[in-house]
Design a protein around this ligand. Structure first.
Ligand code: XIL
Length: 398
């Protein structure tokens, strides 16, 4: 993306995220004719079952002619899950639900498994929305990426007050162990992989994050979370998930050093998730591929877990450039670069943070509307970025 379009967003949180990223930067639609339009939940189910989308990524080749395959089918042929973060409101949109069921092989709950949603009070869990998403996935043959067990999130849906009040290490250990045993245990055998620890690095720079868990528990907070998750479901693949490591060599080094340390201590860690919120366009060429190779050399799985690529900021503060063919082509190139590098280096999943441009967290996070960062437009039509990702997956299936 053009460097002149890099803008520093205003809020402190955004600025923190942005500085890490910036190292590399020197509705209401009318759906008539929409192929994903469905008129009932029954037709949603039948669309899904008419695909061969499933919860694995075996790389065994698609059962369809490439031109007729969905993205998920092409991904399966290439040994890659293709997923999207989903909010329950999107399951209420019949056309969006049909698109997810048809095109994806995996879903990630956007917020429904975070502490504030799933464990709002110390003695009360609320599984309603998380269950709904898992049941949707199961009835459509999709895998579920569990997200996330331990995160200090301070915006959107922050940690509940009751948890912030826990400041005794022994008590905190019990609380975290109970939370993980309860949440992972409930979905044992149904959720095959978890983002156990989210964002273990500080947002700006590359040191360890200083958060409520690390302050109360000390450096053992990460190992504790993995051990509890492993005990609750020994079959689940357990991931560390981090942002902006693809933008900064310093963060990439810190991430690799952290996972080496955890592996040396026999912590049950099986993979690393690269969030890949590409706030400032594509990372330096080769950066994702290099990082994926370093992690694969440690025998870890690597997934792109939260990919989105906003259109660049406009000249006026608080605006985004118009979605001209050029802007959409630039966005598509970024998607192509990331997915191709990742695939060639051995990733086994690419998940976007959202489904279509109807709903994205980025408009709020970046403080400007119309960032339009996803593969489908607000009318659920495939964008140039979708075509580029298709092309990468098609090439990989031979
Ligand atoms: C975001 C959600 O999309 C928002 O709805 C919420 O308000 C804040 O969290 N990294 C992560 C995700 O790991 O969980 C975040 O999701 C986006 C950044």
């Amino acid at each position: 993306m053009p460097r002149t379009n890099c803008r520093v967003p205003r809020s402190v949180l955004v600025a923190a995220f942005f500085v890490a990223s910036a190292a590399a930067c020197a509705s209401g639609a009318d759906n008539a004719g929409d192929p994903y339009r469905a008129t009932s939940t029954a037709s949603v189910a039948s669309m899904a079952s008419s695909t061969t989308a499933g919860g694995d990524a075996t790389g065994s080749g698609p059962d369809c002619e490439p031109a007729d395959c969905t993205l998920g089918e092409l991904g399966r042929g290439a040994g890659m899950l293709v997923g999207a973060a989903v909010a329950p409101t999107q399951l209420d949109e019949v056309d969006t639900a049909a698109l997810i069921a048809a095109e994806m092989t995996s879903v990630t709950p956007e917020n429904e498994m975070k502490w504030a949603e799933i464990h709002p009070e110390r003695e009360r869990y609320d599984f309603e929305q998380a269950d709904r998403l898992v049941e949707f996935a199961e009835s459509n043959g999709l895998a579920v990426r569990g997200h996330t067990l331990v995160w200090h999130q301070d915006a959107g849906n922050p940690l509940p007050e009751w948890l912030l009040d826990v400041d005794d290490p022994e008590e905190m250990r019990t609380v975290v162990a109970d939370h993980i045993a309860t949440v992972v245990g409930r979905y044992r055998g149904r959720i095959d992989r978890w983002d156990v620890v989210n964002e273990p690095l500080v947002s700006v720079g590359a040191g360890p994050v200083d958060n409520h868990f690390s302050r109360v528990l000390g450096p053992e907070w990460i190992a504790l979370a993995f051990e509890e998750a492993h005990a609750a479901d020994p079959e689940a693949r357990l991931f560390l998930n981090e942002h902006s490591a693809e933008y900064s060599e310093e963060r990439a080094d810190a991430l690799v050093a952290l996972v080496e340390e955890l592996l040396a201590a026999d912590v049950p860690l099986h993979g690393v998730g690269l969030q890949s919120h590409l706030f400032v366009g594509p990372p330096p060429e080769g950066a994702i591929g290099d990082l994926v190779r370093r992690l694969r050399a440690l025998d870890l799985e690597v997934a792109i877990t939260e990919l989105d690529v906003p259109l660049p900021a406009g000249d006026e503060p608080g605006t985004t450039v118009a979605p001209t063919p050029d802007a959409l082509a630039t966005q598509a190139d970024a998607y192509q670069q990331v997915v191709e590098e990742c695939l060639v280096a051995g990733c086994n999943e690419v998940t976007t943070w959202g489904v279509s441009d109807r709903a994205t967290w980025l408009d709020t996070f970046l403080g400007r509307p119309d960032t339009l960062p996803l593969l489908f437009d607000a009318a659920l039509q495939p964008k140039p970025a979708y075509e580029e990702v298709r092309a990468v997956l098609t090439d990989a299936t031979g």
